[in-house]
Design a protein around this ligand. Structure first.
Ligand code: FUL
Length: 511
């Protein structure tokens, strides 16, 4: 007995980074289980069960709960009216006349956005902070006589408005003479170090994959493992996105995630030995998956994996056609209705929305963007203000803790008893209600499990389908033609392990 416990404790200690379902005690005791190994002896059923027990790290959970985040694309391109600079721009062209980072933070805050990521350096290599690594930065610009620091101003504004703060640092640098050589990786480490040590807490570091040729005609070999380590050492609570191990790109720039969106994905680039070695060397595993594939985590996809990793989707899109501000696009700002559709298809599809709002040449978010964001926020807030399921009575024969279904607490949950992976919950509303939105959330701190569900209403003696879905994850939102009913039934028809529900609700869309 003592021996078994000792073994479990040892397993936990050595597998903190990669996680492993080696023993049940360790499973129960461990808080996070962001990756799991698959052994050659595992059956398909074992793999499915393991997938259902992969859970986010604390940083990933914090990030997922944000739901709405913003990108600020701002830099030399704002002044040259381009999307991609070539690095030959004169720093003197950077000259915002009324830059006010507090306005950016206020507009975002009022739109319900919880975190802002700034393009500290885009592909043109121009740095928005006075870096010691190059003169191609704000310090060579006329803005504030070369004394300004956009990163500092936005970090302070985010802190003042209670928003998270992150940096986009482009690995591709079309200005740096060392790009294409090993020396560039050292320069990049210096730039990262400045950004991660001089501006307080950094919540997200965003790496794009673009990779061109340097002055020597060679493509840069990016030293991502080294860069990840710098970030883990200096800002251990930050998530590293897209070309990083914590957050994946949803695969399009349209703002629309997949209807079936798994946060657990297979690794095949890492052998079991590598994952095991990683636990000793703190190696960071980034799953090499095709982020654009239609299916990334189904039973079919995970059955040949050597490991399983929590790797959730971030859905990025710009409020305008371009990522940077262009005056000719002032009338092409996405409407509140379009933004609402994006909300339902990003946040409502188990993703975090990363909405780009590019400031103009004044250094301000344009009035048109602000207006549409305010109206978008009104639509969301007023729709989700009243949960018409409140006060309902719930009946689920094989479920436990029905009280948790709408106690407005994400960390409590309803779950099936025994080994049941399907369930039926009858919902008796407080009188007939009129609604056209269904919201459901799993408690992802125990894993993502639900694979299929149906929502029905009772019409006389008959149960009629309102809507249905596949994955749930952190949040699934569904819209449908208006229904009036007093009795509903949720049937979970497939799940990888005991399904959980953290919260549930029905709402009426507000116009
Ligand atoms: C892309 C970049 O090339 C775009 O300019 C933009 O920054 C977008 C978010 O990522 O890959």
């Amino acid at each position: 007995m003592i021996k078994t416990r000792y073994r479990c404790m040892m397993a936990m200690a050595s597998l903190i980074i990669v996680g492993s379902p080696l023993c049940a005690d360790a499973q129960r005791l461990k808080k996070n289980n962001p990756s799991i190994t698959i052994s050659p002896n595992d059956t398909e059923a074992d793999i499915i069960r393991k997938a259902a027990q992969v859970t986010p790290t604390n940083a990933q959970l914090r990030w997922q709960k944000l739901e709405l985040t913003a990108f600020i694309h701002f830099g030399i391109n704002t002044f040259t009216n381009r999307e991609w600079g070539d690095g030959k721009e004169d720093p003197k062209s950077f000259n915002p006349t009324a830059l006010d980072a507090r306005q950016w933070a206020r507009v975002c805050k009022e739109a319900g956005i919880k975190q802002i990521i700034l393009t500290a350096k885009h592909h043109d290599g121009f740095c928005l902070w006075p870096t010691k690594t190059t003169d191609h930065s704000v310090k060579s610009s006329p803005w504030k006589n070369g004394q300004g620091d956009v990163v500092k101003e936005l970090a302070a504004a985010c802190a003042a408005y209670g928003l998270g703060f992150g940096v986009y640092v482009s690995p591709w640098d079309r200005n740096s003479p060392s790009y294409g050589t090993a020396a560039y990786n050292d320069l990049f480490v210096k730039q990262l170090t400045e950004l991660l040590t001089q501006y307080g807490k950094i919540d997200e570091v965003w790496f794009d994959g673009a990779n061109g040729e340097g002055p020597n005609g060679k493509k840069q070999v990016y030293d991502f493992p080294r860069w990840y380590k710098v970030i883990r050492d200096l800002q251990p609570e930050a998530v590293i996105a897209v070309m990083g191990p914590d957050v994946r790109w949803v695969g399009t720039e349209s703002g629309y995630g997949r209807a079936t969106e798994w946060s657990v994905v297979p690794t095949t680039n890492t052998s079991q030995e590598q994952i095991a070695a990683g636990s000793q060397t703190n190696e960071i595993i980034k799953p090499e998956i095709d982020q654009m594939a239609a299916d990334i985590g189904s039973r079919e996809k995970i059955k040949g994996a050597t490991g399983l990793v929590w790797y959730p989707a971030e859905t990025d899109v710009s409020i305008r056609p371009g990522w940077f501000y262009h005056p000719e696009e002032d009338k092409q700002v996405k409407t509140p209705e379009k933004l609402l559709d994006i909300y339902f298809n990003s946040v409502g599809r188990n993703g975090v929305l990363l909405l780009n709002i590019p400031p103009d040449q004044r250094g301000l978010i344009h009035e048109n963007d602000e207006k549409n964001l305010q109206e978008w926020n009104r639509l969301i807030e007023s729709t989700f203000k009243t949960n018409l399921m409140k006060g309902a009575t719930f009946k689920s024969v094989n479920g436990k803790n029905t009280r948790a279904l709408n106690d407005a607490k994400f960390d409590s949950h309803w779950i099936t008893k025994g080994t049941d992976t399907t369930a039926s919950i009858e919902i008796h509303l407080q009188g007939p209600q009129t609604f056209d939105v269904f919201s459901i959330q799993e408690n992802i701190t125990v894993g993502q499990r639900i694979e299929a569900f149906v929502l029905e209403y009772q019409d006389g003696q008959e149960w009629k389908k309102i809507t249905e879905g596949t994955t749930v994850g952190f949040k699934r939102l569904l819209r449908f033609p208006v229904v009036q009913a007093e009795k509903l039934r949720l049937r979970i028809t497939s799940s990888r392990l005991n399904p959980t529900i953290a919260e549930m609700g029905i709402y009426k869309l507000v116009e």
